[in-house]
Design a protein around this ligand. Structure first.
Ligand code: 5AD
Ligand code: SF4
Length: 470
């Protein structure tokens, strides 16, 4: 009989990748995924510690799971509850003290041992299993090959993990550990495997992805630019993205990759956090606002249609009105197509948490809302500017409406197309295709489009004849 596994994923894309790998590891033990914790045999919360709110959510979710666990026990069965990810790594045994219902606690670097942990937890009810070390073995060597979800046309591919940058606000260097790059050959094998299963777009993942320095097939260290060139040659992979990058690690090779490789999408998440040199220094970002402007200029020279997104923190300790005004000035100068912005959140154990001059909560809220207003207007303008243009859209799935399909533009904008009735029969055949579409409307964060009449689906590496629409 299959056992039921429920995984809830919080936070970043790396956690999404990790949760998929956990499901794959557990499948041979008879675990099949279910959408709710109700009745599950194993519940895994794959958590995020980046900001206080994200971390606290875990405890409220545990509270919601408790009655389901009790109900299962009433029937004489067990529900194993596991806390994984970065909260597990940071808080370890404290979690079990605070929530004794938790049976397993394990960090991002040990989940390849999940089958053993589950066996242990199943044998010893009431004795929580803890595994939050940083093992010497390569986790990736022990993981099964990535299996894209059926019909998935996009996939994440972890190439690098951990961070050595130690920005003073950030927990990642502590929860994910030191920088580690997977060897090129392993990454290419995973990319080929994904392509063979119908994936056409990969997003190369890393906490600091452009610090990538993996071993190449020639025995030398390869940077991200070189890796991207090799991934672009994988048959069937037509779109490449990478995230999250650090301005300090944008080198010429990476800039050249943006210039030379059409498969590398002209859309880059390059967090700057603040526009004030004083704050950037206190954050230990190791660059100035002008350094960032220069990097963006070089990238745009190489790829003029490049659109940028960023992360911002407002209310970092000591941030004055003048500092904040510098952030507004930088945003105005650069012009972003999208962004994420946050109030500074004090994280235990990080240097910034011990700094004086913490900024008042009300001031943080005011700054956040004025920054977000500006960023949202930039994003709306960026989306509106696509109206009337033709963009290649990678179709991913059916839309909510009948005869509707949804895909993504090169700029990750969701694009909705309502097929005319005479083409509706070919709807599924569009999925996995990159098709030129004329944008007719920009509403909120979505675009609406028509398939460009002259636009035939572009050739596909896998099963070409079967998937071209009628
Ligand atoms: N407070 C607020 N935002 C933070 N981030 C990371 N740490 C903190 C913190 N302590 C934000 C940064 C980072 C993004 C992933 O989360 O902007 O780029
Ligand atoms: Fe955190 Fe990114 Fe700074 Fe690394 S580079 S410490 S992950 S914010």
């Amino acid at each position: 009989m299959t056992k039921k596994l429920h995984i809830k994923t919080y936070g970043c894309q790396m956690n999404v990748y990790d949760s998929d790998r956990m499901a794959e590891l557990l499948a041979p033990l008879g675990y099949g995924l279910t959408d709710t914790p109700e009745g599950a045999d194993l519940v895994i919360l794959n958590t995020c510690h980046i900001r206080e709110k994200a971390a606290e959510k875990v405890y409220s979710d545990l509270g919601r799971i408790r009655p389901h666990k009790a109900a299962k026990e009433k029937q004489g069965e067990r529900m194993i509850v596991a806390v994984a990810g970065c909260v597990a790594q940071a808080e370890g045994a404290e979690i079990v003290n605070r929530a004794p219902m938790v049976d397993m606690v394990f960090g991002p670097q040990t989940y390849h041992r999940l089958p053993e942990m589950v066996a242990k937890a199943a044998r010893a009810a009431g004795q929580p299993v803890l595994d939050t070390g940083f093992p010497v073995e390569d986790k990736f060597d022990r993981l099964p090959e990535a299996r894209p979800g059926t019909g998935a046309v996009t996939a994440f591919l972890t190439v690098q993990e951990g961070c050595d940058k130690f920005c003073t606000f950030c927990v990642v260097p502590y929860t994910r550990g030191a920088e580690f790059s997977r060897p090129v050959a392993r990454i290419l094998a995973e990319a080929r495997h994904l392509a063979a299963n119908g994936v056409r777009e990969v997003t190369l993942l890393g906490q600091n992805v452009n610090a990538y320095h993996g071993e190449g097939p020639d025995g030398r260290e390869w940077g991200l630019g070189r890796l991207i060139r090799a991934v672009a040659e994988v048959e069937g992979i037509d779109r490449i993205r990478y995230t999250t990058s650090h301005p300090r690690d944008v080198d010429q090779e990476l800039i050249n990759a943006h210039r030379d490789i059409p498969a590398l999408m002209p859309y880059l998440h390059l967090p700057v956090q603040s526009g004030s040199d004083r704050v950037l220094e206190a954050m230990n970002r190791k660059h100035t606002a002008d350094d960032y402007r220069r990097i963006v200029d070089r990238l745009r020279d190489a790829r003029p249609d490049l659109a940028l997104t960023s992360d911002f923190i407002v209310g970092f300790p000591g941030e004055s009105d003048m500092d904040f005004a510098e952030t507004i000035r930088l945003v105005t100068d650069i012009g972003y197509a999208g962004s994420f912005s946050f109030k500074y959140s004090e994280r235990p154990g990080t240097p910034a948490a011990a700094m004086g001059q913490q900024v008042d909560a009300r001031v943080k809220s005011e700054r956040l809302s004025s920054l977000q207003q500006l960023l949202e207007s930039q994003q709306a303008a960026f989306n509106a500017a696509t109206r009337g243009t033709i963009l290649p859209v990678l179709f991913e799935k059916r839309g909510r409406r009948d005869r509707q399909i949804v895909g993504r533009s090169p700029y990750l904008q969701p694009v909705h197309v309502d097929l005319p009735p005479d083409q509706a029969a070919g709807l599924d055949a569009h999925i996995g295709q990159i098709v030129d579409c004329r944008i007719t409307e920009a509403a909120g964060h979505s675009l609406f489009a028509e398939i460009e009449c002259s636009g035939q689906p572009r050739p596909l590496a896998v099963d070409p004849d079967e998937r071209i629409s009628a």
